[in-house]
Write a protein that binds this ligand. Structure first.
Ligand code: AR6
Length: 208
C-alpha cells in the first residue's frame, strides 16, 4: 500500500489472525465474518457444507476473471451444470442481483453459488443490485443447509465497482443476513482490495 498508516495497521492485525491475512469478526453468537487474502478456487472449510460464490454474468456460461478461474478449477462438468440452469429469458439464466446454485465438481468446496453483480454506472442504484447479490447468495446457501460461504469482491473487477463503496455495501449486507451460517468469508485476490475490506470491516465493528 502507498498509505503507510494503513500498511502498519494491516501488519499489526495479521498477528491476531490464523490464515493468509485472515482476520475474524464475530457477528453473533453463532456466525463469524472472516476477511482474508487468497485464491477463492482453493478455499474450503470442511468441503461438504461449503460454497464459493462465482461473480458470473447473466448468461452463466463462464467468462474471465474469477469466473474463468472457477470454471477451470471445477472442470468442464461445471459448464454442463450451468447449461442446465433454465433460461428466464433468452440467454439469461441469472438476472443481475439473483443467485443460482450448482455442485462444485473438482473444487474443494462442494457447491458454487453463481451470482451477478451490477456493472457500475450501467443503471441507477448499483448498491441495490450489489446488496441483492450478496443477500440472495446467503439465502441460497442457508436453504441448501450449507454452513460456510466464501465471496470474492463481486463487481470489483471487469464490472468496475469502486472498492470502498463495494466493501461498505457487502459488509453491511452480510452483517444483516449472515445469521444461520457459521462462517462467511471474503477471499480477496488483490492486496489493495484486502486493505480496503479490512478497513471497512474494522469501522463496521466499531459502530457495532
Ligand atoms: N480468487 C479470488 N478473487 C479473484 C480471483 C480468484 N481466483 N480471480 C479474480 N479475483 P471479476 P466482476 C477477483 O472481474 O467485476 C467475468 O468475465 C478480482 O481481482 O472476476 O463481478 C464474468 O463472466 C476482482 O477483485 O468479476 C462477468 O462477465 C474480483 O475477483 C464479469 O467478469 C471480481 O472481479 C463479472 O465482473
Amino acid at each position: 500500500s502507498s498509505n503507510p498508516a494503513r500498511f502498519r495497521c494491516s501488519v499489526k492485525l495479521s498477528t491476531m489472525s490464523n490464515g493468509e491475512g485472515a482476520v475474524r469478526f464475530p457477528l453473533s453468537a453463532s456466525s463469524t465474518l472472516v476477511i482474508q487474502k487468497g485464491d477463492i478456487t482453493k478455499w474450503s472449510v470442511d468441503g461438504s457444507t461449503d460454497a464459493i460464490v462465482n461473480p458470473a454474468n447473466e448468461g452463466m456460461l463462464g467468462g474471465g476473471g474469477a469466473d474463468g478461474a472457477i470454471h477451470r478449477a471445477a472442470g468442464p462438468d461445471l459448464l454442463q451444470a450451468c447449461y442446465s440452469v433454465p433460461e428466464v429469458r433468452p440467454r439469461v439464466r441469472c438476472p443481475t442481483g439473483e443467485a443460482r446454485i450448482t455442485p462444485g465438481f473438482k473444487l474443494p468446496a462442494s457447491h458454487v453459488i453463481h451470482t451477478v453483480g451490477p456493472v457500475y454506472r450501467s443503471g441507477s442504484n448499483p448498491e441495490t443490485f450489489l446488496s441483492a447479490a450478496y443477500r440472495n447468495s446467503l439465502t441460497l446457501a442457508k436453504s441448501n443447509n450449507l454452513q460456510h460461504i466464501a465471496f470474492p469482491a463481486i463487481s470489483c473487477g471487469v464490472y468496475g465497482y469502486p472498492y470502498d463503496e463495494a466493501a461498505t455495501v457487502s459488509i453491511s449486507t452480510i452483517k444483516e443476513f449472515a445469521d444461520g451460517l457459521k462462517e462467511v468469508h471474503f477471499v480477496l485476490f488483490a492486496d489493495d482490495i484486502y486493505d480496503v475490506w479490512l478497513e471497512v470491516g474494522l469501522e463496521a465493528k466499531k459502530m457495532g
